[in-house]
Each structure stands twice: as C-alpha cells, then as structure tokens.
Design a protein around this ligand. Structure first.
Ligand code: TYM
Length: 338
C-alpha cells in the first residue's frame, strides 16, 4: 500500500480540509502495515496557477507543515515534504503532458469554476494543473489517495493518464504506472460554507465567517457557528428531512463527522430540537475536538528551523522514492539519458 496525498499551502487549514482529508491521512498513516508507506506533501507548485505573493507562499508552506504535524502527520513515519524540493514532480508532469488530452482537461469542473467566463486570461498552469496532480501520485506508484469529494475528478483523470501511458508505451506485463484509488470519507466528504450551503467551505472564500480555521480560538469558533446561516425549522428526526435544507444538512454532517456518528444517529438525538440548542452543542464539540490541534499548531509554527528540517528530510526521501518511476517513464518514451 502506498498512500499519497497533497494540500495547497494557501492560507489556513480549515475544517473542510481537516474532515475531508487530513484526518483521514493521519488515520491511514496510523494503520499502515509494515512495508507500506505514506507520503504527504505541500503542493506549493500548484500555487503558481493563481496570482500569488511569493513571500506569503513561503510563509504559508511552513505554516501548513506545522498544521499537518499538529493534525497527527508524523514526519518520523510518513514522508512529509513540499513539491518544490522534489523536481521530479515537474519533470514527470512534462512527460505526462504528451499523454493528457486537451478534451480531458477541458472537462475538469474545477477549471471551469475557477476560470469562469475569462478562460483566455487564465494562466496555463491553471489549465494543466490536473496533469501535475497526476504526476504527484503516479510518481510514487500511489495505490490509495485520501481526498475530499472535490478531488475525485482529478484522480479519475490521473487514472486515465496512467492507463493511456501504460497502453501506449508499455508492454502489458510491465506497466510503468499504478492506477491510484481515491479514498473519500463517508461523512464529511464535502463540508460546505457556513454562509451558503450550496458552496463548499474554501480558503478562497473572501468571508472568513464562511469557514472554521484550525487556528481560530474558541470564541471565534463559537461566534462563527452562532452566526452560521440556518433556517427557522427544528431539526428533522430522519435524514430525508434534510434533503432541501443544505445549511442544516451541513451542520449535522459536521457534528456527525466530529463525533464519529452517522447523520441518522445525530438526528435521533437532536431531531425536533431547534438550532438554539443544536448550535451551542456543535460549537462545544468543535472547540473540544480542535483545541488540542490548535495548541500543537501554535507551539510549532514559530519553530522555523524544525519545520525546515522536516521538509528537507522528507524531500530527500521523496526524491529517492520517485527516482525509479521517473527513470522508467523516460525509458518507456525512448528518451536517451545515459
Ligand atoms: P486543496 O488544497 O484544495 O484541499 C486539500 C484537501 O482538502 C479537501 N477539501 C475538502 N474536503 C471536504 N470539504 C471541503 N470543503 C474541502 N475543501 C478541501 C480536498 O478534497 C483535498 O483532499 N489539488 C489539490 C491538492 C493536490 C493533491 C495532489 C491532492 C495536489 N496534488 C495529489 C491529492 C493528490 C487541492 O487543491 O486540494
């Protein structure tokens, strides 16, 4: 088993990242059998797809490293690194650009959402970003990729690219790439904005009230839950009653994910009660669940030397792990290197 996943180091780690992905990273790391390995990385090269501030990017990369360690990613057991220190990611992307098709990338919903009506004005990196993401996982022969629901389509693209490359350039008994499997949590695969139940919780939302950041203090978290958009009805006793109530469904989903229950179990407890009761219970659960992570994060994030050392050590291991696949890809393509 090879577990691989990444996160963009832009802004704060929020509850969507944590429940949709990072918590699962830590759980998978903790349950790995001997001989299996997990690699987690800061996708700093991906940040170039959008306008960015260079000084902010390096600070955010170190901060996100601290956040991941605070969430339980153990750099002694998992390989934790940033892409920029492992040039094989960009190299493999170029090799895969020959296999990826324009039509495939044109269909990516994230590209369509982010580009909107202004496709001509976007960076080439925003369009080809999913090919870099494919390289990120194929480089390490990833078998399992823990992600939130919004990354599923990108993982399907990675599988298509791997399959076409194997078909076009490899013999059947010696494929270069493994087809990766996305691992998406049953609850919390898609945490929504606290201000709008139809938009996902995101670090690019201009309103900070729309998300819970792992760095928020207890009062801020409680305020955000209190002000979260809801409707005037009490909670239903059955899940079907949430179908047309996206905001209520989102809060119940968050409660379920944090308490380790299903949405049905949460409703069995809170059905018939109003948000005046449910919101304070949710706020308390959030604060008690996230406070230990926040404390570790605050203690770690100023220790620049330790964070640099973690990333340097992780990158050295990642370069080693990626080398055989990259060599095999060059060779399969007939590129002369020696
Ligand atoms: P990113 O940085 O947007 O998010 C990191 C992880 O958090 C998950 N996530 C969510 N899950 C549930 N609800 C939400 N509201 C929510 N928001 C974010 C994402 O699904 C993701 O798992 N392109 C990726 C980073 C990446 C990557 C990779 C991931 C680069 N290369 C290779 C996996 C494999 C991204 O921008 O995620």
């Amino acid at each position: 088993m090879r577990v691989v996943s990444g996160i963009q180091p832009t802004g704060n780690l929020h509850l969507g990242n944590y429940l949709g992905a990072i918590r699962n990273w830590a759980a998978m790391q903790d349950s790995l059998e001997p001989g299996s390995e997990a690699l987690f990385f800061l996708a700093d090269l991906h940040a170039l797809s959008q306008p960015h501030d260079p000084a902010g990017l390096s600070a955010a990369t170190l901060e996100m490293t601290a956040a991941l360690v605070a969430c339980g990613i153990d750099p002694g057991r998992s390989v934790l690194f940033n892409q920029a220190q492992v040039p094989q990611h960009a190299e493999l992307q170029w090799l895969l650009n020959g296999t990826a098709r324009m039509g495939w990338l044109n269909r990516m919903t994230q590209w369509k959402d982010k580009a909107g009506k202004n496709r001509e004005g976007q960076s080439v990196a925003l369009f080809t970003y999913p090919v870099l993401q494919a390289a990120d996982v194929l480089l390490y022969q990833a078998t399992h990729v823990p992600v939130g629901e919004d990354q599923k389509q990108h993982l399907e693209l990675a599988r298509d690219i791997a399959q076409k490359f194997n078909n076009d350039f490899c013999t059947e008994d010696a494929p270069v790439f493994t087809l990766p499997e996305p691992i998406i949590p049953a609850e919390a695969a898609r945490i929504m904005s606290l201000r709008d139940g139809s938009a996902k919780m995101s670090k690019s939302d201009p309103s900070d009230m729309s998300r819970i950041n792992l760095s928020d203090d207890a009062d801020t978290m409680a305020q955000k839950v209190k002000k979260a958009k809801t409707d005037p009805e009490p909670l239903p006793s059955e899940e079907a009653g949430l179908a047309e109530r996206p905001e209520a469904r989102n809060l119940v989903g968050i409660y379920a994910a944090l308490s380790g229950q299903s949405a049905a179990e949460v409703l069995a407890q809170y059905g018939g009660q109003g948000f005046g009761t449910f919101k304070p219970a949710l706020a308390e659960l959030l604060v008690t669940s996230l406070a230990p992570i926040r404390d570790r994060f605050v203690a770690l994030k100023e220790d620049r030397e330790a964070l640099d050392a973690i990333l340097a050590r992780g990158a050295a291991k990642a370069r080693e792990r990626g080398a055989p696949t990259l060599d095999a890809a060059y060779k399969a393509l007939g590129l002369v290197r020696h």
